[in-house]
Ligand binder design. Structure first.
Ligand code: HEM
Length: 270
């Protein structure tokens, strides 16, 4: 399987143009395979190892009945970002798989909306949210070891987590890295098309360098296919619906909070 589409520059030298779209097929089927594997694993294996321990009696003391998990501003960010991401995926990939339509304007406008969302989120999370709650910290690595042991059927104690468990933190890290990559390359690629925002300038880079920019954009884009499939799958799994509801309504109930979180790690006010 080819990893790149190869072409020639004006001097007849071979250059990379972009990634091979066979990688789109790989990314799609990797997402579907992950979902199927997890769905089977969750039925066959998981119940043997993962039973959320009940909270000790009296733990609910001082904990409100409804706990704010996402503020209105955070939820608005999430849903605008989701809409722009789905639009980017559809406008980026449907023409590649054969559905032709005027995709480019919708694409770059959604791209700019995504970038504004990201900038807003960076400021909001840095100054108004608990910034460190979503980043992988040394304590998470100890949890990862314990979790792996437990998944392998060994007797290992896994403590409850703070606001976000390790898998959410890993997902957020991947989305942050590849979101920044797709945004930076997308902004550069606006120099290759006619928009009212910035004059077209094909000569900004050599053809070989443009090939690298297009490849990075394509690489991050196909990864978002896998990431988005797995994200939507987890959002609709029955045992995760309490979190999805929190992204719609903003709050989690006290029993869900106590079943999944350590009140010392995610402190809420009574
Ligand atoms: C996850 C989000 C995104 C996905 C899935 C995506 C996907 C794609 C794909 C598949 C292409 C075709 C590339 C090629 O022909 O090699 C493309 C082109 C393009 N993208 Fe994105 N993209 C995303 C985000 C962005 C962002 C944030 C921007 C910034 C405004 C952007 C701007 C562009 C532009 C201007 C082009 C056209 C380049 C050209 O036709 O010469 N994209 N995108």
């Amino acid at each position: 399987m080819e990893l790149f589409q190869i072409g020639t520059d004006p001097w007849g030298q071979e250059i990379i143009i972009r990634i091979s779209w066979a990688l789109l097929t790989v990314a799609f089927w990797a997402g579907i395979a992950f979902v199927l594997f997890h769905a089977v694993y969750a039925v066959v294996w998981k119940p043997k190892v993962a039973a959320d321990e009940a909270a000790p009696s009296g733990a609910e003391h001082g904990i409100p009945e409804k706990i704010v998990r996402h503020t209105g501003a955070a939820r608005m960010f999430h849903w605008v970002m989701a809409a722009s991401m789905l639009t980017l995926l559809a406008t980026g990939f449907l023409p590649i798989v054969g559905l032709e339509f005027a995709w480019l304007n919708i694409h770059w406008i959604s791209g700019l909306i995504l970038i504004l969302c990201i900038l807003y989120h960076i400021v909001h999370a840095s100054f108004f949210l608990d910034f460190w709650s979503i980043w992988i910290l040394p304590g998470d690595l100890a949890e990862a070891v314990q979790r792996t042991k437990r998944q392998l059927g060994q007797d290992a104690e896994v403590g409850k987590h703070g606001k976000y468990p390790l898998d959410h933190k890993l997902y957020h890290l991947a989305v942050s890295v590849f979101g920044l990559l797709v945004s930076a390359t997308g902004l550069l690629m606006m120099l290759r098309i006619d928009t009212p925002i910035v004059p077209r300038n094909d000569l900004f880079y050599t053809e070989a360098t443009w090939g690298i920019v297009y490849s990075l954009h394509g690489f991050a884009s196909v990864l978002f296919v896998t990431l988005t499939i797995s994200h939507i799958y987890f959002a609709i799994r029955p045992e995760k619906l309490w979190m999805t509801k929190a992204m719609i309504f903003g709050w989690v109930g006290r029993s869900d909070y106590l079943a999944h979180h350590d009140p010392n790690k995610w402190k809420v006010k009574g």
